[in-house]
Design a protein around this ligand. Structure first.
Ligand code: PLP
Length: 376
């Protein structure tokens, strides 16, 4: 019996090795990973550039906390803010998506002196207190009630409801594509309306780009693309291609409010994660992988429109296939054929979160397997 707490639904095999688009089990069986190690393997499994950067950093300095200025941390901050572009010229490093969201929400509540936060129906933001409060999970919200303030729950893409965001609201947090909810893309006009309303009432808008960030939707971040500028952007998952890291990007306007000691994290911005992140951004830029993410979407739209696939949702390499059959059945049948995909809270949406190095041949392999499964 395993000594691990039994809280995860797991793959039906043990992974012993990963290489690029593939992972291998104890029998040496190969699986095409279109779930990308839970959206973390941004550059595929064990990318050589990141593995080498980690090895070199580990030999030179494995760890020192933020009390020690480190060149590698400064470089990581410059690279990430450079990748994001203006006005995101400051970053706070932490270790996970939940921690990034927790800090963003807490900062808004503390600095604006307001208690209400607004979040979307179907949202997932993590499992710490404020992030869990923003997450749409009725059962957990009830038990957290004594510990969290009021949460305004808005329907995604419903512009009329935006007026409910008022001067008591500290922060509005949204995933530009609600992944877990079933890959619901927020319209550009909706995002623009959120920016305008938050400015009107003085609330801070947070884009949770834990999944959409780092080039996955075809642009570096949704924040800053097509003129939409939230005050804060939270990141994790693939930011360091597999080494745990979270980040909170903010505008100078927000950063000015942060005082000594307001935020902190022992492991946040550790040298190993920073070295991995620098190598990740270098590789993303050198290989123009954001552009490849956009290609992945077009390949999926071209090849996967087989009978039984009713729609392709999402953008870039964050996609959902709306299926006529239950997604679980298709997910399990694809797994038997050596292809890993993901499920969502929508029972008919199968999620694809592949590495940004995905090629057309991988999508064709998926389409072929989908055809077999859906027409069996
Ligand atoms: N936000 C989003 C959109 C996520 O998908 C996740 C994790 O799946 C989180 C936040 C929480 O991230 P973590 O598990 O690193 O705390």
């Amino acid at each position: 019996m395993s000594a691990l707490v039994d809280t995860y639904e797991t793959l039906p095999f043990t992974v012993i090795h990963g290489d690029g688009m593939y992972v291998y089990d104890t029998d040496g069986r190969e699986y095409l990973d279109l779930y990308g190690g839970h959206a973390v393997a941004l550059l595929g499994h064990s990318p050589p550039s990141v593995a080498q950067a980690i090895a070199e950093q580990a030999k030179s300095l494995l760890f020192y906390s933020n009390v020690a200025p480190l060149d590698v941390r400064d470089r990581a901050a410059r690279m990430l803010t450079g990748f994001a572009g203006a006005p995101y010229d400051k970053v706070f490093f932490c270790n996970s998506g939940a921690e990034a969201n927790e800090n963003a929400l807490r900062l808004a509540v503390e600095k604006l002196g307001r208690s209400k936060i607004a979040a979307l129906r179907g949202a997932f933001h993590g499992r710490t207190l404020l992030a869990a409060a923003a997450t749409d999970q009725a059962k957990r919200a009830e038990s957290l009630n004594p510990w969290s303030g009021p949460v305004l729950r808005l329907v995604p893409n419903c512009t009329e409801e935006i007026r409910q965001i008022d001067t008591d609201t500290a922060a509005v947090i949204v995933e530009p594509i609600l992944s877990m909810a079933g890959v619901i893309t927020l319209d550009h006009t909706y995002l623009e309306a959120l920016v305008v309303r938050c400015r009107e009432v003085g609330a801070w808008l947070i884009f949770d780009e834990v999944q959409t960030g780092m080039g996955r939707t075809g642009v570096p971040f949704v924040a800053g693309s097509r003129g939409v500028f939230p005050q804060m952007v939270t990141l994790a998952k693939g930011i360091a291609a597999g080494v745990p890291m979270g980040a909170l990007l903010m505008t100078g306007e927000v950063a000015e409010q942060v005082k000594m000691g307001d935020m902190g994290s022992t492991f946040g911005g550790g040298p190993l994660a920073c070295a991995a992140m620098c190598a990740t951004v270098e590789t993303l830029e050198a290989q123009d992988l954001a552009t490849n993410a956009a290609r992945i979407e077009s390949w999926v739209k071209r090849h996967c429109h087989v009978k039984g696939v009713e729609a392709v949702l999402g953008r870039g390499a964050l996609l959902g296939l709306r299926l006529s059959l239950p997604a679980k059945e298709v997910h399990d049948a694809l797994m038997e054929r050596g292809i890993i995909t993901g499920k969502s809270r929508d029972p008919h949406v199968l999620r694809l979160l592949p590495p940004l190095i995905t090629r057309e041949q991988h999508v064709i392999a998926l389409a072929k397997a989908l055809g077999e499964v859906l027409h069996a």
